[in-house]
Ligand binder design. Structure first.
Ligand SMILES: Nc1ncnc2c1ncn2[C@@H]1O[C@H](COP(=O)(O)OP(=O)(O)O)[C@@H](O)[C@H]1O
Ligand SMILES: [Mg+2]
Length: 286
């Protein structure tokens, strides 16, 4: 395993560039002229309402659906992604929302499913050693690699699925709603893991509905709305309300009014000297 062997993050550089991507399913125009740039050493969040086209876009990158129009460049060269093998060969690993783990198999078997190191006890030992090595590099808290993944928590299962995606030594890891089913502590662990991937120089594409997660861990946010690009922001420069406005396409609706009310009450509390509820700073996450 050499995938995580370079601890220092390289300069951000463009790995994958999508231009003018179109996709329709019969009469449904799912994507229209989508642009997306993906850089090493960066977490880019892909956000948007249900039906905005997020899953369709990542399925094009994963080789599940071919695009109908537009171009994909990889390290500056135009490429086509016709199937999952093409996607893997370009160094793209996708962790789908359903994780696709085998509940009855242990952690080692799940990590090496389809990548088994030959047969026999020697290789079992080697796979177990490498599994521990990989999980250690990710600072993952897994009690044992010889228990069925069914007995792991949701956060641990997500960690195993992410660790498995690293076996093929990808440059780009796409995570579809990795925290959707998780509690607070498990979410924090997965967010820490995402930062570790980024710090090791991988490009991370994070699909999420949770703006707190996005603001905590992403560097850049790309908003899709009704299958089109509808805004791109540096996380450092953008407010929660601006993101919501881009997602919903309106500056005055029930969602943005709630967001504004939240900000107003936090401001009022701050003015009154009360401590405000803010996300845990990165260093203080468990
Ligand atoms: N396999 C499919 N067949 C037909 N329509 C689809 C298919 N997949 C997605 N769509 C449609 O494409 C649009 C975008 O969907 P999707 O990419 O799943 O959005 P998101 O992941 O942002 O919720 C929606 O209108 C959805 O109904
Ligand atoms: Mg989706």
């Amino acid at each position: 395993m050499t995938v995580l062997s370079t601890p220092e993050a390289p300069e951000s550089d463009l790995v994958l560039s999508l231009r003018g991507i179109d996709k329709n399913f019969g009469a449904v125009q799912a994507l229209t002229a989508i642009d997306l740039d993906i850089y090493s050493g960066e977490v880019v969040a892909l956000v948007g309402d249900n039906g905005a086209g997020k899953s369709t876009l990542i399925k094009i990158l994963a080789g599940v659906h071919p695009q109908d129009g537009g171009t994909i460049s990889h390290d500056g060269k135009t490429v086509t992604i016709n199937n999952p093998a093409d996607s893997n060969n370009l160094g793209i690993a996708t962790v789908h929302q359903d994780l696709a783990l085998c509940d009855n198999l242990d952690v080692v078997a799940n990590l090496y499913l389809g990548h088994e190191l030959g047969r026999g006890t020697i290789n079992e030992v080697e796979m177990e050693k490498r599994s521990w090595g990989l999980l250690r590099q990710l600072s993952a808290r897994i009690p044992s690699v010889r228990i069925p993944v069914a007995s792991l928590s949701g956060g641990q299962r997500q960690t195993v699925a992410i660790a498995r995606s690293l076996i093929g030594e990808p440059r780009i890891v796409i995570l579809d709603e990795p925290t959707a089913a998780l509690g607070v502590a498990q979410t924090a662990e997965v967010l820490n893991l995402i930062e570790r991937l980024r710090d090791r120089g991988l490009a991370v594409v994070l699909i999420s509905h949770n703006m707190a997660d996005v603001q905590a861990v992403a560097d850049r946010i790309v908003v899709l709305r009704l299958g089109r690009n509808n805004g791109e922001f540096r996380v450092a420069d953008v407010s929660y309300e601006d993101i919501i406005t881009a997602i919903t396409g309106a500056s005055d609706n029930a969602v943005t009014r709630r967001a504004q009310a939240r900000v107003d009450s936090a401001d009022a509390a701050a003015a009154a000297g009360a401590p405000t509820a803010t996300a845990l700073p990165k260093e203080e996450r468990p």
